[in-house]
Design a protein around this ligand. Structure first.
Ligand SMILES: NC(=O)c1ccc[n+]([C@@H]2O[C@H](COP(=O)([O-])OP(=O)(O)OC[C@H]3O[C@@H](n4cnc5c(N)ncnc54)[C@H](OP(=O)(O)O)[C@@H]3O)[C@@H](O)[C@H]2O)c1
Length: 233
């Protein structure tokens, strides 16, 4: 089984790569930063492949897919923080960029990958609980993730028998949060832990394990599976 993880050099994508590679899958990870890629590959079992590809560069992304060939499972785990914050302060340029960096990239990669997906392939978007939760500060980023989640059941029908799902995380301790200064990050994590009924931040492995299940279980399609410790309740 060949798995491509776009955004696999860090956080949730990296943890997913580890679980799947340890399970015997052929795994290929991508990311933009060569140093991050090198560090990620050093943490993964031998044989995991990797390439520096900026998914926003359509030519490079297509060339990568062509060179990769047949794909059994595609995991889309890239996206930034832009669009996060209270509505009164929302910078619409940032929100537009947020859509570019996640919503449009996930769908563009999937469209470009279609010719290479094997008949029983699966596609898993990593979205976010903001896409369907209701608390202040997530109107913008929630719109990005909610828009992706809306496409999931529709694509599952259009692309059948290819399976299409999303795994929707709550607050997870990954480098995604590096937009916050280190001095305040711990406090923010504590606040999220208090807002979360299981009383902790998530770990990337909490999400990666579910991604692995979704990939392996050929009877799951069209679903958005929330892994948030109850944050979105
Ligand atoms: N962490 C959370 O609390 C949380 C919560 C809910 C949802 N999520 C979502 O989960 C997904 C994964 O997040 P994470 O926490 O694992 O973040 P992360 O640790 O920052 O990982 C993001 C990955 O995407 C890659 N990437 C970003 N833009 C790219 C591009 N244009 N082309 C290729 N690769 C790109 C990054 O590598 P390079 O920087 O080298 O390109 C990195 O490998 C994101 O969509 C995020 O919105 C995260």
């Amino acid at each position: 089984m060949k798995v491509v993880i776009a955004g696999g050099t860090s956080g949730i994508g990296l943890a997913t790569a580890k679980i799947l590679a340890n399970d015997g899958a052929e795994v290929i990870i991508t990311g933009r930063n060569p140093q991050k890629l090198e560090q990620a590959l050093a943490l993964l079992p031998k044989g995991v492949g990797g390439q520096c590809v900026n998914a926003a560069n359509v030519v490079d992304q297509k060339a990568f897919l062509t060179a990769t060939g047949n794909i059994d499972h595609l995991v889309l785990s890239l996206g930034g923080y832009k669009g996060l914050g209270l509505f009164k302060d929302l910078d619409f340029m940032q929100l537009r960029q947020g859509f570019e960096e996640k919503f449009f990239l996930h769908l563009q990669i999937l469209q470009d990958a279609l010719p290479y997906l094997s008949e029983n392939a699966s596609v898993t978007f990593i979205t976010a609980v903001s896409g369907h939760a209701r608390f202040p500060g997530i109107a913008g980023i929630g719109a990005i993730n909610g828009a992706l989640e809306v496409t999931v059941p529709i694509l599952a029908k259009e692309l059948q028998p290819v399976r299409v799902n999303a795994v929707s995380p709550g607050a997870i301790d990954t480098p995604w949060w590096s937009f916050l200064p280190e001095s305040t990050r711990g406090e923010t994590f504590q606040q999220y832990a208090q807002m979360t009924p299981v009383r902790r931040m998530g770990q990337p492995e909490d999400v990666a394990g579910v991604v692995g299940e979704v990939i392996r279980n050929s009877f799951i399609t069209g679903q958005v599976i929330t892994v948030d410790g109850g944050l979105g309740l």
